[in-house]
Ligand binder design. Structure first.
Ligand code: PMP
Ligand code: GLN
Length: 399
């Protein structure tokens, strides 16, 4: 392997994240950025005001390592209110620097060198890096897109069963899933739970899109029989409250697992975002109207962008959740003389003034997602209209 100077062997192969790269491309070409997943409007004003008030009130020094008590209590109330999960705010909740830190701290705290971590492939980009930093090994189970039409992503139960071995330490689940938009069904979750129990494996579930489910329902893995004592549930205020820059996330789970994760977390960031912790506590207690309208607004945006993509000539893989839609870019390869979604995304700013992310970067084996591209629809309607019109104008076969 060619060694990139200075980078440790554990991180060889991890370059700049695709999100930073595509956002830089959008800025350079002045294209509409539907690549990196962030909303282009702020979240609820009362939550922003709560952050300002917390700064004015002097909540500006280190908060306690587990997170401020009012936020931990609000997280516990949220788990009860939405998912009927009983959580002790003192021993079973840890506030983190986004879900990203919760993921890294979980890997570092729970894995021995060489332990295997089962993931559904593709994965959000920091999973592979977190597993690598912990010296553990990724064991991927492929999510297959529907071969034709717009059906769901599925996995082969036999492949999942085979992925488990004596070396398996963790299973990392993300539902709703980035980048595919898959929402794991109760039947799929039941199999995952059964195998985790049978092999005494700990589950880490990334539920940052828990409030963005459009088809089916969000079922936390921790709510399945036998799973509460072996599941750590992660989430983040970034997606639910549209404040991705605040980086307030959390881990919820049995006290012994949370204690282990806290041990690693103390030496990563120690603590973060004192005033924002106060504000997120306010956000989690917002009424159902906030959560309902957030979901309904994003659903309408999903359908708006998906329609444009279809008109432009893509095969659209309609997401069941998240704020990303995947499209198959292969219909354009012949006319544009391209061979992959990566080449397509690199040409798209010049062709249509739009940036998307090539899904292949999320796969263990790029070939598995080679024709797929991901668009983020957490944007204002006029931005989606402008992007959609550009895509249709540049790509739709002229009649
Ligand atoms: N997990 C998934 C699936 C994501 O899409 C993201 C991006 N928000 C994260 C984790 C990271 O969350 P945060 O910004 O809170 O670190
Ligand atoms: N979660 C966001 C995405 O999937 C990006 C977050 C980041 O840039 N690290 O696009």
């Amino acid at each position: 392997m060619t060694r990139v100077p200075h980078l440790s062997s554990r991180l060889q192969g991890f370059g700049t994240t695709i999100f930073a790269e595509m956002t830089a491309l959008a800025l350079r070409t002045q294209a509409i950025n539907l690549g990196q997943g962030f909303p282009d409007t702020d979240g609820p004003p009362e939550v922003a005001q709560a952050a300002q008030a917390a700064i004015a009130a002097g909540h500006n020094q280190y908060p306690p390592v587990p997170g401020i008590p009012s936020l931990r209590a609000a997280i516990a109330r949220h788990q009860k209110r939405f998912w009927d999960l009983e959580v002790d705010p003192d021993s079973e909740v840890l506030v983190t620097a986004g879900a990203t830190e919760a993921l890294a701290a979980s890997m570092l705290a729970l894995c021995e060198i060489g332990d295997e971590v089962i993931v559904f492939d593709p994965t959000y980009d920091c999973y592979g890096a977190g597993i690598a930093m912990a010296g553990a090994v990724v064991k991927g189970v492929l999510l297959q897109p529907p071969a034709t039409g717009e059906g769901r992503y599925t996995f082969d139960p036999a492949e999942l069963r085979l992925a488990f071995s004596a070396k398996t330490r963790l299973l990392l689940l993300n539902s709703p899933h980035n980048p595919t938009g898959k929402v794991f069904t109760p039947t799929e979750l039941a199999l995952i739970a059964e195998l985790c129990c049978e092999h005494d494996v700990i589950a880490i579930t990334d539920e940052v899109y828990e409030h963005l489910v459009f088809t089916g329902e969000h079922v936390p893995l921790a709510s399945l029989p036998g799973m509460a004592e072996r599941t750590v549930t992660l989430s983040s205020a970034g997606k639910t409250f549209s404040f991705t820059g605040w980086k307030i996330g959390w881990a919820v789970g049995p006290a012994d697992l949370i204690t282990a994760i806290r041990t690693a977390k103390q030496f990563l960031t120690f603590v973060n975002g004192a005033p924002f912790q106060h504000a997120v506590a306010v956000g989690l207690d917002l009424g159902d109207d906030y959560f309902d309208s957030f979901q309904a607004t994003l659903l309408a945006k999903r359908d708006l962008l998906a329609d444009y993509l279809r008109q432009a000539g893509f095969r659209v893989l309609l997401p069941e959740g998240t704020y990303f839609v995947t499209a198959d870019s292969s219909p354009f390869y012949e006319t544009l003389e391209l061979h992959s979604g990566l080449e397509f995304c690199l040409r798209l700013p010049e062709l249509a003034g739009v940036v998307a992310v090539p899904s292949q970067v999320f796969y263990q084996n790029a070939a598995d997602g080679s024709s797929l591209v991901r668009f983020c629809f957490a944007k204002q309607d006029d931005v989606l209209d402008a992007a959609g019109e550009r895509l249709v104008g540049a790509l739709a076969p002229s009649t």
